[in-house]
Write a protein that binds this ligand. Structure first.
Ligand code: BF8
Ligand code: SF4
Length: 656
């Protein structure tokens, strides 16, 4: 840094392990990471930030200013903002579709006998999914039944007729489907919806911001469908998660082991790597290591944590930093949220970066092309590369911050029902609704989404978890938000003792006592429901609560929060949360503020039509108040509506 240039504050995290690496690096001044690049990037463009820059045709970029209030073609600011927003939704839906389609394809190959390393590991889940889809299992073996499930999945992905998509129709309450039909936002299929957005936002097509936004919401529902399919098929292939205890943060790196970081999103390869890492202990020992240790970053990390108990290394923002301990031998990546910056950092160490997907490469990295037909062989190739790298590193000094926390994860919907069922086997979900009705709990909040350097890393999520727990909110989490809780010691029973309010503590006491012979560990403050596609699990919980209360989702005291939303996937997930009736806090204001009209649709009109709405709030203290306010409003309404129904002996009102 040149003399006189303003001091760069790159300490934008509250994670002590990340801070330790950043500070050591600053002292040595060698390696550039996202924390420095963010500071160097300032100031960022305000046209882009507010959504009023259009680059859709070659006459652009057109930027809305006081002097030029329309684009060259005459497009208003509201059209430009709406188009940009829904293209982000299409991007998010496309990324999830990529993941989900890969699961579909692998199962297709499995059924054809061309993916010999995969099998149906959870036939019970297969039967549950088939049953939900209305398929009879009579006289069919598991492969025949899976083939029928797959036919429906393929249809939800590609069909062009207006029949409801099965994964939507069978997973939401009927009142939601009616709203979607009335508003004409039933997606035809995942691929069709993405294509419709790209078509309708082409230069000179749809200029009506409301129409555009509704198309965006339609595609967000398609995203929900793709995500739910990914979760269901992953469970069928690899098993439905159950509670599992392990550790999180950089302290999980063991200098005496061959250390492999698995990073990205898709469990198809990472599951194989984790299994082969266990099998290849003797090869590692021959190289002088104690064994092979896998650790997770981002959602691939969440997938193998949930099913295999693989330790959490870190979440999105700090993905480059573990390499700087000098002790990560190999980072294997698949798709999404992989910073290309990891390669430049790895170049300063002995660390191998290995890409595995034909459409997701980083120049200069190793590429081990993953194939369904030879999955185990490819996984072994990756582990072998890691062992080679370990040999180069083994006598060198490493610097690993000794920071790690115990965590319990693995709370699929099935696992949640099992835990609640220990208290009420007939109606497990009633354990939560009763606790809310009695005032013991104030509601349920899902923490989801990413990290984003626009706000300090992990700060808002950690604050909100503690504050809401103090206020007796039951907390579930997914994605990198779950990573925040895991890394900072908020995903274990000790955190319940430290942070939960009296009502929440009493709720936990009942659950822990009922489960004392079933679970090895007491329940954690934050229930980890999985990767980002597993937000489908969290929404299944919302649906279950709505069914238990006998209401539509907009009456359910359930709020979603993405304190550090970053990716297009997060934009899409937030949009389906709102469309599916959930108030959704976003801690980084998205690129919509350039149009008061579009902003207003997100904040107000969405509630009138769908019952869900966005809350943009960057200040964590204010966000906590707003989230609690949203829960309280719903609990209060639910109570009033129930009392009225009882008094007049009528049905619960369908409206909100
Ligand atoms: O799908 S939370 S930064 S890793 S996008 Fe990415 Fe965001 Fe993390 Fe998982 Ni989700
Ligand atoms: Fe400009 Fe219109 Fe082209 Fe957008 S579509 S770049 S607003 S001329």
């Amino acid at each position: 840094m040149s003399e006189g240039k303003k001091k760069i504050d790159n300490r934008r995290t509250i994670d002590p392990a990340a801070l330790s690496v950043i500070d050591t690096n600053s002292a040595n001044g060698q390696v550039e990471t996202a924390y420095e690049r963010y500071v160097n990037m300032q100031p960022q463009c305000n046209f882009g930030r507010t959504g009023v820059c259009c680059r859709i045709c070659l006459q652009g970029p057109c930027r809305i200013t006081k002097k030029s209030s329309k684009g060259v073609c005459g497009a208003h600011g509201y059209t430009i903002v709406a188009r940009n927003l829904i293209r982000a939704i299409a991007g998010g839906c496309g990324a999830h579709a990529d993941h989900s389609r890969h699961m579909i394809y692998t199962i297709h190959e499995l059924l054809e006998g061309k993916a010999p390393d995969y099998s149906i590991e959870d036939p019970e889940k297969l039967h549950r999914v088939a049953d939900r889809l209305g398929l009879s299992a009579d006289g069919k073996d598991d492969k025949e039944l899976l083939k029928e499930v797959l036919t429906h999945a393929e249809s939800d992905f590609t069909k062009i007729n207006e029949e409801p998509c099965k994964w939507l129709e069978t997973t939401v309450v009927p009142e939601r489907m009616k709203v979607f039909t009335d508003c004409n936002i039933q997606p035809r299929s995942v691929h069709t919806s993405i294509s419709e957005i790209m078509g309708s936002t082409h230069m000179g097509v749809d200029h009506d911001p409301v129409n555009l936004i509704f198309q965006g919401l339609k595609t967000s529902l398609a995203d929900y469908i793709g995500m739910h399919i990914a979760t269901d098929l992953s469970d069928i292939l690899f098993g439905t998660p159950k509670p599992v205890t392990t550790e999180a943060n950089f302290g999980v790196i063991d200098p005496d082991m061959v250390n492999i970081a698995v990073h990205g999103h898709n469990p198809l390869l990472s599951e194989m790597i984790v299994r082969q890492a266990r099998e290849m202990k003797s090869e590692a020992e021959a190289a002088g290591a104690k064994g092979v240790k896998c650790m997770g970053i981002c959602c691939t990390g969440n997938e193998v944590l949930m099913r295999q108990g693989v330790p959490v290394l870190t979440n999105f923002l700090s993905q480059e930093l573990p390499i700087m301990t000098g002790a990560v031998d190999l980072m294997v990546v698949d798709v999404q949220c992989i910073m290309p910056g990891v390669k430049a950092v790895a170049d300063c160490y002995h660390t191998r970066v290995v890409t595995t997907m034909s459409h997701s490469k980083i120049p200069g990295s190793y590429h081990v092309e993953f194939t369904e037909a030879r999955a185990v062989e490819k996984a072994r190739e990756v582990v072998t590369l890691a062992i080679e790298a370990f040999k180069e590193r083994k006598d060198k000094e490493v610097d690993i911050p000794e920071i790690k926390h115990k965590l319990t994860a693995g709370f699929s919907m099935e696992a949640m029902e099992e835990v609640l069922g220990a208290v009420n086997p007939e109606e497990p979900i009633k354990v939560i609704t009763d606790a809310v009705d009695s005032g013991q709990l104030r509601g349920v909040v899902l923490f989801a989404g990413c990290n984003n350097l626009r706000v300090p890393h992990d700060a808002s999520g950690a604050y909100l978890i503690k504050e809401l727990a103090k206020n007796n909110v039951l907390i579930v989490a997914t994605g990198c938000a779950a990573g925040t809780a895991a890394k900072l010691g908020l995903m274990n029973a000790e955190a319940v003792e430290e942070y939960a309010g009296e009502g929440l503590k009493a709720f936990y006491k009942t659950l822990n006592e009922a489960n004392k012979d079933k679970l090895k560990e007491d329940l954690p403050l934050v229930f980890h429901m999985g990767s980002c596609v597993d937000n489908s699990r969290a929404y299944d919980l919302t649906t279950a609560l709505a069914r238990q209360w006998g209401v539509d989702v907009p009456k359910v005291p359930f709020v979603a929060s993405a304190p550090e939303a970053m990716s297009e996937k997060a934009v899409s997930i937030g949009s389906w949360c709102v469309t599916l009736g959930v108030p959704t806090h976003v801690g980084v204001v998205p690129e919509v503020t350039g149009s008061a009209l579009v902003d207003g649709i997100a904040l107000q009109i969405a509630e009138d039509v769908y019952g869900g709405y966005f809350i943009w709030e960057e200040d964590p203290e204010k966000a906590a108040e707003k989230i609690l306010g949203a829960l309280d409003e719903r609990t209060w309404k639910l109570k009033v509506h129930k009392e009225t129904a009882e008094k007049f002996e009528t049905e619960l009102s369908a409206g909100w």
